[in-house]
Write a protein of this length. Structure first.
Length: 500
């Protein structure tokens, strides 16, 4: 076979253009039978208000062209159904199919939040049961399911703290945030009207308790702690930290986005946390890698309960579950209706499918992270040497000498058939390589990943350029990320997409 033929025949489907380029006037995917009733003028029947002019430039294509176009595009993506995402639950852990099945059931997917409550009893029951499960898992007294994301949960939790302290006649102005916290924490505190103060971690990635005690003044409303922290380690003196805050009238907020490291093993409510959020789209499994809908329920202790967002789900009245709006101390609404119901239904399906086995999911997630850590710790630098929780954070310090950094290693990982891990986060680790395998990966898949990482570590010294210029097996090679971020091209401008 000549080189020409090989080139012309290889990966033809990988040269997929834009669907607009396939368009030819009058082509369509269907044919309707001719009318057997007298035609009417839609404008006359519907009025102007209900009549659109159509979409300018809408592609006109056949059914098979549509199907092939989108199927081909889908093969360009990495997918959780193809292999591991070392980004873990924060981006995309495996979402058991049963969750999707449940969320699509009639009566769950088709209900409307405005339908009368006697027709919504099943949906309200789902919300009630999920609140119960989350109270049990967190060890807290009450839950609001309304917030649509982790960050919105943080804001909601802080507004609860603020409303509580104000009701005590003790408004305070400051929120303390350790440097190992998630980046959304300081942003949420500022939006909630607080001044923030940073607390440095010690060399083990833990909060310095003596220093914290000095910092908790009469002006401190709360400490916002991410636990396990963004270093993937558990805050070992969390009970003492809670004590230090409570003795000064301050509250403890826990960012529980990564509850998949704790669920079924320990409960924040039992170690002194006053209020926390959960990321159902992370720990409790909803696909959200493409930025899809999420849910960031907030679990709280009794003292905060009167301030919960409305409507509040209350127990049975006259034999029916009901939503109550009349709550004078409430911070108000944070999201329409009762939150992102589809995500809530998936989370309940996930929790009920595991039952008490949720503990094993946690143990498997922690085991997988520690397994990968053990198998890679002789080839990559480990800046904080405490047992890992659900994730392990290496750094590129040992590869830096040859000029290979975390981004190069991540790009090279693509050539080995894996999605890159999280690069350059957390910020307190220069050149961070954060790896979260999650509970779903088998030992075989973890081993494949480890072998790929070890091979790249060897290449970093033996074949530096190979790593620096990766990826080599993808449709496009190394992109200019700075230009892509600064001058993004977001709109299709014409048929000549190669010039874009
Ligand atoms: C993902 C994450 C958040 C933010 O959650 P969103 O749903 O993306 O708003 C907050 N804290 C931690 C620790 C997280 O991992």
């Amino acid at each position: 076979m000549s080189d020409k033929i090989t080139k012309a025949t290889r990966h033809v489907s990988q040269n997929e253009g834009l669907i607009f380029e396939k368009s030819s006037p009058g082509k369509r995917a269907f044919d309707l039978p001719s009318l057997d009733v007298p035609p009417v003028d839609p404008q006359e029947v519907l009025g102007d208000r209900h009549r659109g002019e159509g979409v300018a430039g809408f592609p006109e294509v056949s059914e098979i062209e549509v199907v092939r176009h989108f199927t081909r595009l889908s093969t360009w993506n990495y997918a959780i159904d193809l292999g591991m995402y070392p980004l873990g639950s924060c981006t995309m852990k495996y979402n058991p199919r049963v969750n999707e099945f449940i969320a699509r059931l009639d009566g769950i997917s088709t209900e409307h939040p405005l339908q009368p409550s006697e027709l919504s009893q099943g949906c309200l029951k789902i919300l009630e049961l999920l609140e119960d499960c989350l109270r049990e898992i967190t060890g807290m007294d009450a839950v609001t399911l309304q917030p649509a994301a982790g960050a919105q949960g943080e804001l909601t939790g802080l507004l609860l703290i603020r409303a509580y302290l104000e009701s005590q006649g003790d408004p305070r102005k400051t929120v303390l945030i350790p440097d190992s916290a998630h980046g959304t924490n300081p942003a949420s505190a500022v939006i909630a009207g607080y001044r923030i103060e940073n607390i440095q971690s010690d060399s083990r990635g833990q909060i310095d308790l003596a220093k914290l005690r000095e910092r908790v003044t009469e002006d401190v409303a709360a400490l916002m702690i991410t636990n396990p922290s963004t270093l993937g380690v558990f805050e070992q003196r969390i009970s003492d930290i809670a004590e230090a805050l409570h003795s000064r009238g301050a509250l403890l907020y826990m960012d529980g986005a990564n509850m998949n490291a704790l669920a079924g093993i320990t409960r924040p409510g039992d170690f002194g946390v006053d209020v926390m959020h959960l990321n159902l789209h992370k720990t409790f499994s909803t696909p959200h890698g493409g930025g899809g809908p999420g849910a960031g329920p907030v679990a709280m202790k009794k003292i905060l309960e009167p301030f919960r967002p409305i409507p509040v789900l209350i127990g049975k009245r006259n034999g029916e579950l009901a939503l109550e709006e009349n709550r004078p101390q409430s911070i108000g609404r944070v999201k329409a209706f009762s939150g992102n119901f589809g995500v809530l239904a998936r989370a309940l399906a996930y929790i009920l499918a595991y039952g008490p086995g949720i503990r094993q999911a946690t143990e498997d997630a922690v085991l997988n992270a520690n397994y990968i850590r053990k198998r890679l710790e002789d080839v990559f630098d480990l800046p904080y040497d405490l047992p890992s929780m659900h994730e392990v954070v290496f750094s590129d310090a040992w590869q830096k000498a040859t000029g290979v950094n975390t981004m190069d290693i991540a790009k090279r990982l693509i050539d080995y058939g894996f999605h890159p891990y999280t690069t350059a986060f957390p910020l307190i680790v220069p050149g961070a390589m954060m790896i979260e395998p999650t509970e779903s990966e088998s030992k075989e898949e973890c081993d494949l990943f480890v072998e790929a990482m070890r091979a790249i570590a060897r290449e970093a010294s033996s074949n530096r350029e190979l790593v620096k210029q990766a990826p080599h097996t993808t449709r496009v090679g190394r992109l200019d990320e700075v230009t892509a971020a600064r001058k993004p091209i977001l709109r299709w401008k014409g048929t000549d997409h190669s010039a874009a």
